[in-house]
Unconditional design. Structure first.
Length: 350
């Protein structure tokens, strides 16, 4: 009996019979790719096609043939356990007869039935033509009755009520406005004397404000503009005030100081210091606070001295601490039985 097997490597089909299968226990070698395989494991069932109607027979082109290849199937004649090199080749062609094809000019029966059905449908469509697409559309249906509005008591079938009339807008200008406008026009403009009075009051107010600012800042003005001090002093003399000297303590510093005991006088100590005004304008002399301390930096005595108590008569007579100038301070103090080991000087303005 003849069977069809297929090579698992190249998918080529071959015809084999019982004698070939029994020769090597079913082992065969593909004549196309030389692959050895067991033919019964790759049998292919070939279905027989229906015989077509009689028609002129012609040779089908090679591309339409059955996939069974013309390559030879080699049946090995060896022990199943032997190596592929010992296989003996037995040629066995396996070619199926060519298939016959129907002529191309004869259409199959189902295709003719489809053509007849199409012709019948076309004739029916011609008998019932489609209307003109440019005809006027049919009239629209009457609108549905208006439904009942939520919250209203009128039903949908009740007659519609007329909307309330809108109030007329009020005029922009009333008779009262016209009367006020006429009254405003009837008033005569103020005389020029009133305008002059208002201008004079404004000027006096500005002058008073300027005088107040000068009075508040008279000390700073006299320091920045020394030429204005005589005028400011004369003005203050008329008003019963004075122009004090500036008191910028940050510009006054101690350049040098010393505290020593007076020989032959155990209770007296002498304080010597040099004070300098670093400002660019004269200032008033400050107050001096002297503090005596013991060895543990504890305060023993603290006393404040006015300028007349630590200045020389000539410096005190001048009455001012000139700009960029120095003054020598020399004082003798009676410390009693206090034995001071340290001191500090503090300058300030009251």
């Amino acid at each position: 009996m003849t069977y069809t097997t297929q090579c698992p490597n190249c998918q080529t089909r071959f015809k084999v019979n019982d004698s070939q299968l029994a020769a090597a226990d079913g082992l065969v070698r593909c004549g196309r790719c030389s692959h050895v395989f067991k033919a019964p494991d790759h049998f292919v069932v070939v279905r027989s096609e229906p015989v077509p109607a009689p028609a002129p027979v012609f040779e089908a082109p090679p591309s339409s043939r059955d996939p069974v290849d013309d390559f030879e199937l080699e049946v090995p004649d060896f022990d199943p356990q032997a190596q592929p090199d010992d296989v003996q080749i037995l040629p066995e062609p396996a070619i199926e007869p060519p298939l016959s094809a129907a002529p191309r000019d004869i259409a199959p029966e189902p295709l003719q039935q489809d053509v007849e059905a199409f012709q019948r449908a076309l004739s029916e469509a011609m008998q019932n033509p489609i209307g003109n697409p440019f005809d006027e559309p049919p009239p629209a249906a009457a609108p549905a009755p208006e439904p009942e509005v939520f919250g209203s008591r009128r039903r949908a079938d009740a007659p519609a009520q007329e909307p309330p009339a809108r109030p007329e807008p009020e005029p922009l200008f009333t008779d009262a406005d016209a009367e006020e406008e006429e009254e405003a026009r009837s008033h005569k403009p103020a005389g020029p004397w009133l305008n002059g009075l208002l201008a004079t009051l404004a000027v006096l107010g500005l002058l008073f404000l300027a005088a107040q600012l000068v009075y508040i800042n008279r000390t700073r003005i006299a320091a920045e503009v020394p030429e204005s001090r005589p005028a400011l002093e004369n003005l203050c003399a008329a008003l019963g005030c004075e122009v004090p000297w500036p008191t910028d303590i940050a510009r006054i510093r101690t350049e040098w100081s010393e505290l020593a005991f007076v020989p032959d006088y155990p209770n007296l100590i002498q304080l010597s210091a040099t004070l300098k005004n670093h400002a660019q304008y004269p200032q008033a002399y400050p107050m001096l606070e002297v503090t005596l301390k013991d060895g543990d930096d504890q305060v023993l005595i603290r006393k404040v001295f006015a300028p007349k108590e630590y200045l020389k008569p000539d410096d005190l007579k001048l009455g001012r601490f000139n700009a960029n100038s120095e003054v020598k301070v020399t004082m003798r103090l009676d410390a009693g039985k206090v034995h001071a080991m340290g001191y500090s000087l503090y300058w300030f303005y009251p």
